[in-house]
Design a protein. Structure first.
Lengths: 261, 75
């Protein structure tokens, strides 16, 4: 009974727990956790979704249209932001977008009623931080590969007056280095905040039904439940927007590396 | 003041940051809509910039949330 003390524990859902036994690898215990399980589930669901739509029929069915609208969406975004050069990076940004989207959406599934608790993979900075670092490394590698040391001109925008260059360069450098941090943090916090909010509201629903005063209790429960439905819809929107923002910012950062500015 | 109480007050104060970010995000979308209705033909081309502005404004609100969570659960 969650309601005995009326205490709501919204952070419990983010706990990483090992499933089954682990093995020893260089002095570290390595476990298959629920986080890893949900990443595998996301990858399998994503694989099935893509496989079903890659029949290359001349007259596409519904499924193929769904998949093609996703690929077309990302491919348009890359061409608009980077130009024709951007086509090379489309597979990476597309995988990133779809994986984040599927992880976000799978974490929102109301499987708790069945006793299975979905785990939102993207609600951990360990995961989103690695994805952000991956994007950042690609930017660095592409930038230095294409432009060599000329890549540092990224920190001095065109037409900067000479006396301003030291200040501008420092500011641009800081804003460049903070990118992987802000990229990972945004996704992680947006998902965490939404799930905490939903958990707190569901705590209100349960506490309201268990309250001594039946009238006030049920009013609280019904209001909270109505709010929960609305917030769930908002969270679905946020799941899509955050995946889109992550892909969009990655494409902009790659654009910096490819075209300088 | 009790340290525990100060923590809770600090977390509550951090919520002001979240509210301010709400104003910022509303401003981004509001201004976009206002100008999109003036020139609907140009609106679609600016959607990328719309979401960049949204992401920048939202990040600051999320930072306020992080401050609140750190105060409540970490410190």
């Amino acid at each position: 009974m969650a309601a005995e003390s009326g205490k709501i524990d919204p952070m419990h859902q983010f706990e990483v727990t090992p499933l089954g036994g682990g093995f020893n690898l260089g002095g570290h215990e390595v476990f298959f956790t629920n986080s890893a399980l949900w990443m595998v589930i996301a990858a399998v669901v994503l694989g099935l979704f893509m496989w079903g739509g890659m029949r290359r029929q001349l007259i596409p069915g519904r499924w193929q249209v769904a998949v093609e609208s996703f690929t077309g969406f990302i491919s348009n975004m890359m061409t608009a932001n980077i130009g024709t050069e951007g086509r090379k990076y489309t597979p990476y940004v597309f995988s990133l977008f779809m994986f984040i989207l599927f992880c976000n959406l799978l974490g929102m599934l109301p499987l708790g009623v069945l006793g299975v608790h979905p785990f939102t993979v993207t609600s951990h900075i360990a995961i989103t931080g690695v994805l952000a670092l991956l994007s950042f490394s690609i930017v660095l590698v592409v930038g230095f590969w294409r432009h060599g040391l000329h890549f540092f001109s990224l920190f001095v925008p065109h037409g900067t007056p000479l006396p301003m260059i030291p200040f501008i360069a420092v500011i641009e450098f800081i804003s460049f280095m903070i990118r992987p941090f802000s990229l990972g943090l945004r996704l992680f916090v947006a998902m965490t905040a939404g799930h905490v909010l939903l958990k707190v509201l569901s705590g209100f629903v349960i506490n309201g039904f268990n309250a001594d005063n039946l009238v006030i209790g049920s009013v609280v429960s019904v209001l909270s439940f109505t709010l929960m439905i609305g917030i769930s819809a908002l969270e679905l929107l946020v799941a899509g927007i955050q995946a889109y923002v992550f892909a969009l910012l990655t494409s902009l950062y790659i654009n910096d590396a490819v075209n300088l500015h | 003041m009790d340290a525990e109480a100060a923590k809770l007050i600090g977390a509550g104060l951090a919520a002001i940051g979240a509210g301010m970010a709400a104003i910022g995000v509303g401003n981004v979308f509001g201004s976009f809509l206002e100008s999109a209705l003036r020139n609907p033909a140009a609106a679609d081309g600016q959607q990328g910039r719309l979401f960049i502005g949204f992401a920048a404004a939202e990040l600051l609100g999320l930072l306020a949330f992080v401050v609140a969570m750190i105060l409540l659960f970490v410190v």
